[in-house]
Design a binder for this molecule. Structure first.
Ligand code: AOF
Ligand code: ZN
Length: 388
């Protein structure tokens, strides 16, 4: 028995949803490669045979891992992949070759790979070899999940996610006596740490470094190894070497991005920071301030595909004004009770974007994507998506 028509479409959707879950597991671990998910399944029986996620560091790719796990059982079956299988010879043989060798008879993909080395060639090679290929299953979701890779290739910038924590009056909590003033709950902070785990790099401005003296590592139990590179954007002056971040630079990397003139002004401090294990990186500036497109270029050149911008307001505003924002995650302290119960859907009332975001993120047209309870707080995800 083989599934036909709408039954097969449903099965394809279910399997692609599973592949997307597999891909999500690798976010923040595969840069500069995208995290891809693959599932091998038997359409006739509905059995899931194996799954694969791009390995840490980006190789092996997802498909050969799923194929290896399936062994001979892959023959004649279907593979679901969140990105078109690659056709180029990289550090290993192309995934298309592995798919053909395994005898898979059908390939379902969510999206084509914009990498110029692939870009539709993977699909063509499979079809020429007689494999049935179905495209664009759960395309939009996959596109968002893989956005870091897409914008790296097409725009020379990483996926940019802003994280904001606001007090119950929707103001930015100020640091008190050099300690961050946490407005949001433990639950929201755990969510925040999850965002860190899924990022390749985390960025703060010099002001936040001075006022909060943050650590910026992922401290979720079991995910301590998932701390991203910590990047400080230092405008007019270099950070104080006594900061916590600098003192832990040999454990988790710290990159200080600044302009050439800022380094020249304080060469002694630049030397002290380098000696402490920080990496000083020169980026272009405009009117004495670092230029964000130059920061993006420097990050992409280092293989960063997903950037989490944690603070503070000056930095959020600069990113918003430059239109360099993909997603905004806002934690609003103590607001859970005000959230309308909508059984998982975002209704008209909940579509309203908090007024405070207008001044914090000027010029951005954001779309409400998700709104939920986070302990006593509210967690909102907004997206800034240009038409593809
Ligand atoms: C796949 N499956 O799991 C991933 C893919 O440097 P390489 O040789 O590893 O190739 C990297 C490119 O491969 C990357 O730019 C992207 O186009 C693709 N990633 N492809 O078939 C995977 N991660
Ligand atoms: Zn591949």
């Amino acid at each position: 028995m083989t599934l036909q028509g709408s039954e097969r479409d449903d099965f394809d959707l279910q399997m692609m949803a599973l592949a997307l879950r597999a891909a999500r597991l690798g976010l923040g671990t595969t840069a500069p490669n995208p995290s891809v998910g693959a599932v091998i399944a038997n359409e006739a029986t509905g059995e899931v045979i194996s799954t694969g996620t791009t390995a840490p560091g980006g190789r092996p790719h997802a498909e050969p891992l799923a194929i290896e796990a399936a062994g001979e059982a892959a023959r004649g079956k279907t593979i679901y992949v969140t990105l078109e299988p690659c056709s180029h010879v990289g550090r290993t043989r192309p995934c298309v070759e592995a798919v053909l060798k395994a005898g898979l008879s059908r390939v379902v993909i969510a999206q084509e790979d914009p990498d110029p080395r692939v870009s539709g060639r993977g699909v063509r090679m499979l079809r020429e070899a007689g494999v049935i290929v179905r495209k664009s299953v759960l395309h939009d979701e996959a596109r968002w999940l893989t956005r870091g890779h897409i914008v790296r290739v097409t725009e020379r910038r990483p996926f940019i996610q802003l994280k904001l924590a606001l007090s119950n009056e929707d103001t930015v909590p100020l640091a008190v006596d050099g300690k961050p003033n946490f407005a949001t709950s433990e639950t929201s902070r755990a969510h925040g740490h999850m965002l860190r785990a899924r990022a390749d790099a985390i960025l703060i401005g010099a002001g936040t470094l001075r006022d909060d003296d943050p650590d910026l590592r992922c401290r979720l139990p079991g995910l301590e190894g998932r701390s991203p590179v910590r990047v400080v954007l230092a405008g007019s002056s270099l950070p104080d070497p006594a900061r916590k971040l600098v003192r832990t630079a040999t454990e988790t990397p710290v990159w200080i991005m600044t302009t050439a003139s800022t380094i020249i002004q304080d060469q002694a401090r630049a030397d002290a920071l380098t000696k402490a294990g920080c990496r000083l990186m020169v980026i272009g500036g405009v009117g004495g301030e670092p230029w964000l497109p130059s920061l993006c270029e420097a990050l992409v050149a280092e293989g960063i595909t997903r950037l989490l911008v944690e603070g503070g307001p000056t930095l959020w505003r600069s990113f918003a004004k430059s239109g360099l924002v993909d997603e905004v995650v806002v934690f609003r302290a103590g607001r859970a009770a005000m959230l309308q119960e909508t059984a998982g859907t975002v209704d008209d009332i909940n579509q309203e974007i908090p007024e405070a975001l207008r001044s914090l993120l000027p010029g951005l047209t954001l779309q409400m994507w998700d709104r939920r309870v986070s302990g006593p707080d509210e967690m909102i995800t907004l997206r800034h998506d240009k038409p593809a």
